[in-house]
Design a binder for this molecule. Structure first.
Ligand SMILES: C[S@@+](CC[C@H](N)C(=O)[O-])C[C@H]1O[C@@H](n2cnc3c(N)ncnc32)[C@H](O)[C@@H]1O
Length: 266
């Protein structure tokens, strides 16, 4: 198996990075400290803007996922990756590592990339996953080293996925099905639109398997309903009146619908 240390490139000069005890360094002596939580910041930008999901969104998603509402999706992904038996995989936009850490309880070495430091702090607590603060539009991974990539509800760049995954490697995407969160949207909007399809239309990506997961859940407390709202973009796309109205709800029934697509890269 190739060593993990020849997977990464320096975000300043593209030279290969090597891990020392507390840092990642390149031949040109650019050095990146491993944080006390365990993730490494490889994001270099002149911008001072906070990037990645807002800490409130991260906290809400962490509470919601830890309550087990998406455990059926996690278990379906574990089954898929168990069958693929890959050596090195990357989770693009891994968030707080809910899925990555569960998937890492296998022989596969997982890497998690996200721009949110708040998410990575949660993700990297006592984990075997190598977490990096980095953009998934321009990853710190060398060409064609990954056996597989996973992207759950994050804005991947198809050319970058093609660059980092080996020929005949795999790309697994998870996107919302048409009626995902229908009940939540009904509580917020007068007219509810179905979610569009996100299937990849690119000859380099060959769709080999599709799995649709549909579940209806009943939330019985206002705090969990607010967590669900806060972890979605609807938090920012809804009128103040509708947001106030939802605060009064202490029950909510909603459909959850995920489409998992497995692509082989040629
Ligand atoms: C909807 S969340 C999904 C998180 C995780 N995959 C999950 O399903 O729990 C999208 C994640 O992508 C991250 N993200 C958004 N744009 C990104 C980018 N350009 N590079 C890296 N991460 C990004 C956000 O910080 C956030 O954690």
């Amino acid at each position: 198996m190739i060593k993990l240390s020849i997977m990464f490139k320096c975000p300043h000069c593209n030279a290969q990075l090597t891990q020392n005890e507390h840092t990642w360094v390149c031949l040109n002596k650019h050095s990146f400290d491993i944080s006390k939580q365990g993730y490494t910041n490889l994001f270099v930008s002149n911008s001072t803007r906070t990037l990645g999901d807002h800490p409130d969104m991260i906290k809400a998603r962490h509470m919601f996922l830890e309550a087990g509402h998406y455990a059926f999706l996690r278990d379906a992904l574990i089954e898929i990756f168990d069958q693929l038996k890959l050596n090195y995989c990357v989770d693009l936009g891994c968030g707080e590592g809910y899925y990555t850490n569960a998937l890492a309880k296998s022989q596969t070495q997982w890497i998690g990339l996200d721009l949110s430091k708040a998410a990575l702090k949660i993700a990297s607590k006592s984990s075997s996953v190598k977490y990096f603060c980095a953009s998934i539009a321009e990853t710190p991974l060398l060409d064609k080293r990954m056996d597989g990539a996973l992207c759950i509800f994050a804005p991947y760049n198809i050319d970058e996925v093609y660059r980092i995954v080996k020929a005949d490697g795999y790309f697994v995407t998870v996107n919302p099905g048409p009626r995902h969160l229908y009940g939540l949207k009904e509580a917020l909007y007068e007219e509810v639109r179905l979610n569009p399809s996100n299937t990849i239309d690119d000859p380099r990506f060959h769709l080999t398997e599709t799995e649709t997961l549909n579940v209806t859940i009943q939330l019985n407390n206002s705090e969990m309903i607010q967590n669900l709202l806060t972890m979605t973009p609807y938090r920012f796309k809804t009128s103040p009146v509708a947001l106030e109205r939802l605060k009064l709800n202490d029950t909510l029934e909603t459909e959850l619908s995920f489409i998992i697509e497995l692509y082989q890269i040629h």
